[in-house]
Design a binder for this molecule. Structure first.
Ligand code: SF4
Length: 439
């Protein structure tokens, strides 16, 4: 049996340009699914990540099963691929964030849909498929996570297309309840961890000095995080990953995090408006932003901060102050996104009930386009604000200050800043083209 895994082209990819490699990390869903497939059933796997590969599907040959994993901004391409492979006679399966949030929609496009984590249900599906009784829908549960203890088949991926650090996941979900967050809706607010021993063995097997952790909220369970960081120390690796701003308050955990080899952190600051934080149920404290960045800087750790535009608490004036505020708190690499109400998240439900959703074209759900009517300005103005704020934050002068003058600067940081400057410009060009189209 031959199985093809595809991660469809995501609209976001069009902004990466020449920096695709430095801005792309290896996705793990396809390698995990391959490892979860019972050996006796599969003779050949192929994995395609359209974000980094150009493929001529006509030359690919026949695959019995084509499994497609999609997020909202890639799902239309995913549906296109499902139709193509169905017509070729393959059996199509779809899963991933968007499919989990909108299974009734996905089921019209694929032979089988899978919601939630695939750890258990992928194996169940394969057995049913072989017996000729595949179901239309399989629902995974958070308690399935890690039970299979498999090492993802990274060898199926084109390693050279991604940043040098291999990706690893130790825990899933998040105990916070940010209203806009797709992770939360995907995992139903639940949080699961893999056995520390299994993760450590996997890291050892990678034989890499650098690791990129994809865990959405690694410190949600401080007890687990503490034990995990302790277990990392003897490995002497350097790692980057995500973290919430409340790490500021946990001295012991912070210390262990640093000793375990942390060199880069991605934090969702989202906004400088207390009203917006309250509206989105984000537990950040604006008055601690600078202190938390300083704390990481003192240990030589770079901070990539993400910011969101479009909350009801935002005004044009408050958004235009963002570049100065960001410079003040000292974030090394700022990233911007328009608040995107992904389907069936609480934000989507709220805005829908208020009659404020203006687009259900999933291609627009790329964090660059406004898909809803903001409160204090128009959706077009919101997109213009994104362009203005990100351009202002990425002037060469500000990049120089962030990446070179800063004592924690480095060549890598300068390169990433320049990469995002180009990314922003390409995103702005796309928006301008859209604005010039007759509506
Ligand atoms: S802290 Fe991050 S992962 Fe957790 S709910 Fe909020 S945005 Fe989502």
């Amino acid at each position: 049996m031959r199985i093809l895994f595809v991660t469809p082209y995501d609209n976001n990819y069009r902004y990466k340009s020449a920096f695709t490699k430095s801005l792309s990390y290896m996705p793990l869903t396809m390698p995990y699914l391959a490892s979860l497939t019972p050996e006796e059933y599969c003779t050949e796997f192929k994995a395609i990540d359209e974000g980094v590969q150009k493929i001529n599907y006509e030359k690919l040959g026949f695959y019995d099963i084509v499994a497609i994993t999609a997020v909202t901004s890639s799902v239309k391409r995913g549906y296109e691929l499902a139709a193509y492979f169905k017509q070729k006679g393959s059996y199509t399966v779809m899963g991933g964030h968007h499919v989990t949030l909108c299974p009734e929609e996905a089921v019209c496009h694929a032979d089988t849909v899978m919601t939630g984590p695939a750890d258990r249900i992928w194996r169940e599906f394969i057995k049913d498929y072989v017996n000729g009784t595949p179901k239309k829908r399989y629902d995974g549960e958070h308690c399935d996570i890690g039970a299979a203890n498999v090492i993802p088949r990274r060898d199926l991926m084109q390693k050279s297309k991604y940043i040098f650090a291999p990706t690893v996941i130790a825990n899933f979900g998040c105990t916070n309840h940010c209203e806009f967050c797709v992770i939360n809706s995907f995992w139903g607010g639940k949080y699961s961890t893999r056995k520390i021993e299994d993760v450590i063995n996997e890291i050892r097997s990678l034989k890499s000095k650098y690791i990129l952790f994809l865990d959405p909220s690694p410190t949600s369970n401080p007890g687990y995080a503490k034990a995990f960081f302790e277990a990392l120390i003897p490995l002497k690796i350097k790692w980057a990953g995500l973290c919430t701003t409340d790490i500021y308050e946990n001295e012991e955990l912070f210390d262990l995090m640093i000793r375990s080899g942390c060199i880069g952190i991605l934090m969702g600051f989202e906004t400088f408006s207390e009203d917006s934080l309250q509206e989105s149920h984000k537990k950040n404290k604006v008055e601690k932003y600078k202190a938390v960045v300083d704390k990481f800087h003192k240990k030589g750790v770079s901070v990539l901060g993400t910011f969101m535009l479009g909350f009801d608490g935002d005004t044009k004036e408050s958004l235009l102050k963002m570049p100065d505020y960001i410079e003040e708190i000292g974030v090394d690499i700022p990233r911007f996104a328009i608040l995107t109400p992904y389907p069936n998240t609480p934000t989507y439900k709220r805005l829908s009930s208020e009659g404020r959703m203006i687009s259900t074209d999933w291609n627009d759900y790329d964090s660059i386009h406004a898909t809803f009517a903001p409160k204090n300005y128009s959706s077009r103005e919101l997109e213009e604000l994104l362009v203005t704020v990100s351009n202002e934050c990425y002037t060469l002068k500000r990049i120089w200050k962030r990446a070179v003058k800063n004592p924690y600067g480095g060549f890598l940081k300068l390169g990433v800043n320049l990469g995002f400057r180009i990314y922003n410009k390409r995103a702005a060009r796309t928006l301008r083209k859209d604005w010039s189209r007759p509506s």
